[in-house]
Design a protein around this ligand. Structure first.
Ligand code: MTE
Ligand code: MO
Length: 199
Protein backbone atom coordinates (compact mmCIF):
# COMPACT_ATOMS: atom_id res chain seq x y z
CA UNK A 1 0.00 0.00 0.00
CA UNK A 2 2.78 2.39 0.86
CA UNK A 3 4.33 1.95 -2.56
CA UNK A 4 1.01 2.44 -4.31
CA UNK A 5 0.11 5.61 -2.42
CA UNK A 6 3.59 7.05 -2.89
CA UNK A 7 3.36 6.43 -6.64
CA UNK A 8 -0.11 7.91 -6.76
CA UNK A 9 0.82 11.13 -4.95
CA UNK A 10 3.96 11.37 -7.08
CA UNK A 11 1.89 11.27 -10.24
CA UNK A 12 -0.55 13.79 -8.80
CA UNK A 13 2.28 16.16 -8.00
CA UNK A 14 3.71 15.97 -11.48
CA UNK A 15 0.27 16.32 -13.02
CA UNK A 16 -0.75 19.38 -11.02
CA UNK A 17 2.17 21.34 -12.43
CA UNK A 18 0.86 20.56 -15.91
CA UNK A 19 -2.73 21.52 -15.14
CA UNK A 20 -3.85 25.03 -16.17
CA UNK A 21 -5.91 27.06 -13.66
CA UNK A 22 -9.47 25.88 -13.10
CA UNK A 23 -8.96 22.52 -14.83
CA UNK A 24 -9.38 19.00 -13.41
CA UNK A 25 -7.80 15.79 -14.64
CA UNK A 26 -9.69 13.09 -16.46
CA UNK A 27 -8.44 9.82 -17.84
CA UNK A 28 -11.34 9.06 -20.16
CA UNK A 29 -11.77 10.91 -23.44
CA UNK A 30 -15.09 12.82 -23.49
CA UNK A 31 -16.71 13.52 -26.85
CA UNK A 32 -17.84 17.12 -27.34
CA UNK A 33 -19.53 17.94 -30.63
CA UNK A 34 -21.90 20.79 -31.43
CA UNK A 35 -23.78 18.69 -33.98
CA UNK A 36 -23.99 15.22 -35.46
CA UNK A 37 -20.83 13.32 -36.37
CA UNK A 38 -20.21 13.53 -40.11
CA UNK A 39 -18.93 10.35 -41.72
CA UNK A 40 -16.52 11.18 -44.53
CA UNK A 41 -15.36 8.39 -46.82
CA UNK A 42 -11.63 8.58 -47.48
CA UNK A 43 -12.19 8.84 -51.25
CA UNK A 44 -14.26 11.98 -50.63
CA UNK A 45 -11.96 13.53 -48.06
CA UNK A 46 -9.84 16.57 -48.88
CA UNK A 47 -8.00 19.38 -47.16
CA UNK A 48 -7.45 22.75 -48.82
CA UNK A 49 -5.68 25.98 -47.99
CA UNK A 50 -7.22 29.07 -49.58
CA UNK A 51 -6.81 32.82 -49.34
CA UNK A 52 -10.53 33.60 -49.40
CA UNK A 53 -10.59 33.72 -53.20
CA UNK A 54 -8.30 31.01 -54.51
CA UNK A 55 -7.31 27.56 -53.36
CA UNK A 56 -3.55 27.69 -52.98
CA UNK A 57 -3.03 24.05 -51.89
CA UNK A 58 -5.15 20.96 -51.83
CA UNK A 59 -4.61 17.36 -50.80
CA UNK A 60 -6.80 14.31 -51.20
CA UNK A 61 -6.39 11.46 -48.74
CA UNK A 62 -3.72 9.75 -50.86
CA UNK A 63 -1.50 12.81 -51.31
CA UNK A 64 -2.07 13.86 -47.70
CA UNK A 65 -0.94 10.46 -46.41
CA UNK A 66 2.19 10.62 -48.56
CA UNK A 67 3.36 13.62 -46.52
CA UNK A 68 5.82 13.08 -43.65
CA UNK A 69 4.11 12.48 -40.32
CA UNK A 70 5.01 12.99 -36.67
CA UNK A 71 4.04 11.12 -33.55
CA UNK A 72 3.40 13.54 -30.71
CA UNK A 73 2.39 13.32 -27.06
CA UNK A 74 0.44 16.33 -25.85
CA UNK A 75 -1.91 17.50 -23.08
CA UNK A 76 -5.51 18.44 -23.94
CA UNK A 77 -7.43 21.18 -22.12
CA UNK A 78 -11.15 21.65 -22.72
CA UNK A 79 -12.89 24.88 -21.77
CA UNK A 80 -15.50 22.79 -19.92
CA UNK A 81 -12.61 22.21 -17.44
CA UNK A 82 -11.41 18.70 -18.14
CA UNK A 83 -7.79 18.11 -19.05
CA UNK A 84 -6.27 14.90 -20.32
CA UNK A 85 -2.52 14.58 -20.09
CA UNK A 86 -0.08 12.67 -22.27
CA UNK A 87 -2.29 11.86 -25.24
CA UNK A 88 -0.54 10.27 -28.22
CA UNK A 89 -1.32 11.22 -31.80
CA UNK A 90 0.06 10.82 -35.30
CA UNK A 91 -0.43 13.58 -37.81
CA UNK A 92 1.02 15.91 -40.40
CA UNK A 93 2.50 19.10 -39.02
CA UNK A 94 0.99 22.34 -40.31
CA UNK A 95 4.62 23.31 -40.98
CA UNK A 96 4.65 20.65 -43.71
CA UNK A 97 1.32 21.81 -45.15
CA UNK A 98 2.36 25.47 -45.11
CA UNK A 99 5.91 24.86 -46.37
CA UNK A 100 5.40 26.29 -49.87
CA UNK A 101 2.64 28.72 -49.00
CA UNK A 102 3.79 32.30 -49.21
CA UNK A 103 1.36 34.71 -47.58
CA UNK A 104 1.14 38.02 -45.77
CA UNK A 105 -2.25 37.08 -44.29
CA UNK A 106 -1.73 36.68 -40.53
CA UNK A 107 -4.95 34.83 -39.49
CA UNK A 108 -6.74 31.66 -40.47
CA UNK A 109 -10.26 30.27 -40.26
CA UNK A 110 -10.42 26.49 -40.09
CA UNK A 111 -13.60 24.92 -41.43
CA UNK A 112 -14.87 21.41 -40.88
CA UNK A 113 -17.14 18.97 -42.65
CA UNK A 114 -20.45 19.76 -40.97
CA UNK A 115 -19.62 23.49 -41.01
CA UNK A 116 -17.89 24.06 -37.65
CA UNK A 117 -15.37 26.90 -37.83
CA UNK A 118 -12.63 28.19 -35.55
CA UNK A 119 -10.13 31.02 -35.95
CA UNK A 120 -6.43 31.03 -35.16
CA UNK A 121 -3.50 33.37 -35.72
CA UNK A 122 -1.24 31.87 -38.39
CA UNK A 123 1.74 32.04 -36.02
CA UNK A 124 -0.11 29.71 -33.61
CA UNK A 125 -0.27 26.91 -36.16
CA UNK A 126 3.39 27.24 -37.17
CA UNK A 127 6.64 26.07 -35.55
CA UNK A 128 5.56 22.67 -34.24
CA UNK A 129 2.36 23.88 -32.59
CA UNK A 130 -0.35 22.30 -34.76
CA UNK A 131 -1.04 19.11 -36.67
CA UNK A 132 -3.72 17.48 -38.75
CA UNK A 133 -3.98 14.25 -36.81
CA UNK A 134 -5.36 11.00 -38.18
CA UNK A 135 -4.32 8.54 -35.47
CA UNK A 136 -5.02 8.58 -31.76
CA UNK A 137 -3.27 6.15 -29.41
CA UNK A 138 -1.94 4.14 -32.34
CA UNK A 139 -5.30 3.55 -34.03
CA UNK A 140 -7.25 5.32 -36.78
CA UNK A 141 -8.96 8.38 -35.31
CA UNK A 142 -12.58 7.49 -34.53
CA UNK A 143 -15.31 9.59 -36.22
CA UNK A 144 -16.58 10.90 -32.85
CA UNK A 145 -13.14 12.36 -32.13
CA UNK A 146 -12.82 13.91 -35.58
CA UNK A 147 -11.78 11.09 -37.88
CA UNK A 148 -10.65 10.70 -40.58
CA UNK A 149 -8.59 13.72 -39.51
CA UNK A 150 -8.78 16.67 -37.14
CA UNK A 151 -6.82 19.76 -36.34
CA UNK A 152 -4.78 19.46 -33.13
CA UNK A 153 -3.61 22.70 -31.48
CA UNK A 154 -2.81 21.54 -27.96
CA UNK A 155 -1.49 24.83 -26.54
CA UNK A 156 -4.98 26.37 -26.83
CA UNK A 157 -8.37 25.19 -25.47
CA UNK A 158 -9.56 22.15 -27.34
CA UNK A 159 -12.42 23.89 -29.15
CA UNK A 160 -9.67 25.26 -31.45
CA UNK A 161 -8.83 21.68 -32.49
CA UNK A 162 -11.43 21.40 -35.26
CA UNK A 163 -12.66 17.85 -35.78
CA UNK A 164 -13.33 16.67 -39.37
CA UNK A 165 -11.28 19.59 -40.62
CA UNK A 166 -11.53 20.28 -44.35
CA UNK A 167 -10.01 23.68 -45.04
CA UNK A 168 -7.96 26.57 -43.81
CA UNK A 169 -8.78 30.04 -45.10
CA UNK A 170 -6.08 32.67 -44.71
CA UNK A 171 -7.45 36.06 -43.63
CA UNK A 172 -6.13 39.64 -43.24
CA UNK A 173 -7.98 40.14 -39.91
CA UNK A 174 -8.98 37.93 -37.02
CA UNK A 175 -12.63 36.85 -37.18
CA UNK A 176 -14.59 34.72 -34.70
CA UNK A 177 -15.52 31.15 -35.59
CA UNK A 178 -18.43 29.09 -34.26
CA UNK A 179 -17.78 29.11 -30.49
CA UNK A 180 -15.98 32.46 -30.59
CA UNK A 181 -19.18 33.97 -32.05
CA UNK A 182 -21.11 32.47 -29.12
CA UNK A 183 -18.91 34.16 -26.53
CA UNK A 184 -15.83 32.00 -26.24
CA UNK A 185 -12.53 33.85 -26.14
CA UNK A 186 -11.12 34.91 -29.51
CA UNK A 187 -7.71 33.33 -28.66
CA UNK A 188 -8.30 30.76 -25.87
CA UNK A 189 -5.07 30.30 -23.91
CA UNK A 190 -5.78 27.82 -21.07
CA UNK A 191 -2.79 29.05 -19.02
CA UNK A 192 -4.29 32.56 -18.96
CA UNK A 193 -7.80 31.10 -18.49
CA UNK A 194 -9.12 32.81 -21.60
CA UNK A 195 -12.42 30.94 -21.57
CA UNK A 196 -14.92 33.63 -22.55
CA UNK A 197 -14.67 36.88 -24.46
CA UNK A 198 -15.02 38.95 -21.25
CA UNK A 199 -12.00 37.26 -19.62
N1 MTE B 1 -15.98 20.08 -36.12
C1 MTE B 1 -16.03 20.22 -34.79
N2 MTE B 1 -14.85 20.28 -34.13
C2 MTE B 1 -14.84 20.42 -32.79
C3 MTE B 1 -16.04 20.54 -32.06
C4 MTE B 1 -17.26 20.47 -32.78
O1 MTE B 1 -18.36 20.56 -32.23
N3 MTE B 1 -17.20 20.31 -34.15
N4 MTE B 1 -16.02 20.70 -30.70
C5 MTE B 1 -14.79 21.28 -30.14
C6 MTE B 1 -14.74 21.19 -28.70
S1 MTE B 1 -15.64 22.33 -27.83
C7 MTE B 1 -13.93 20.32 -28.05
S2 MTE B 1 -13.74 20.34 -26.36
C8 MTE B 1 -13.21 19.28 -28.79
C9 MTE B 1 -13.62 17.94 -28.28
O2 MTE B 1 -12.90 16.93 -28.91
P1 MTE B 1 -13.26 15.44 -28.56
O3 MTE B 1 -14.73 15.26 -28.84
O4 MTE B 1 -12.38 14.61 -29.41
O5 MTE B 1 -12.98 15.29 -27.08
O6 MTE B 1 -13.45 19.32 -30.19
C10 MTE B 1 -13.55 20.60 -30.73
N5 MTE B 1 -13.64 20.49 -32.16
MO1 MO C 1 -14.82 22.17 -25.61
Amino acid sequence: MAIISRGFSGRRGAADAKLPPGQYLTTDFPVLSAGPTPHIALDRWGFAIDDGSYVVKRWDWKTFRELPTETITVDLHCVTRWSKLGTSWEGVSLDVLLANVKTDLPFAMFRSYGDYTTNLPLKDVMNKQAWIAFKYDGADLQPEHGGPARLLVPHLYLWKSAKWVKSMMLMPDDKPGFWENLGYHIYGDPWREQRYSDE
